[in-house]
Design a protein around this ligand. Structure first.
Ligand SMILES: [Zn+2]
Length: 53
């Protein structure tokens, strides 16, 4: 099960979507990101490793 996380992206970007991208991440990969906030659970695959079990 993945969750949506609001992460720190390119902070110099004026676009919210690039500055704080919302990504579906698994537990293994989320540690590689700076998480701003945690969202809903999702069945989407992990954007990093593609886990979808
Ligand atoms: Zn992953």
């Amino acid at each position: 099960m993945r969750k949506f996380y609001t992460t720190e992206g390119n902070r110099s970007s004026k676009k919210q979507k690039e500055a704080y991208p919302v990504l579906a991440l698994c537990e293994n990969c989320v540690g590689q990101y700076t998480v701003i906030s945690e969202g809903e659970r999702t069945y989407d695959e992990c954007v990093k490793c593609g886990a979808d079990d």
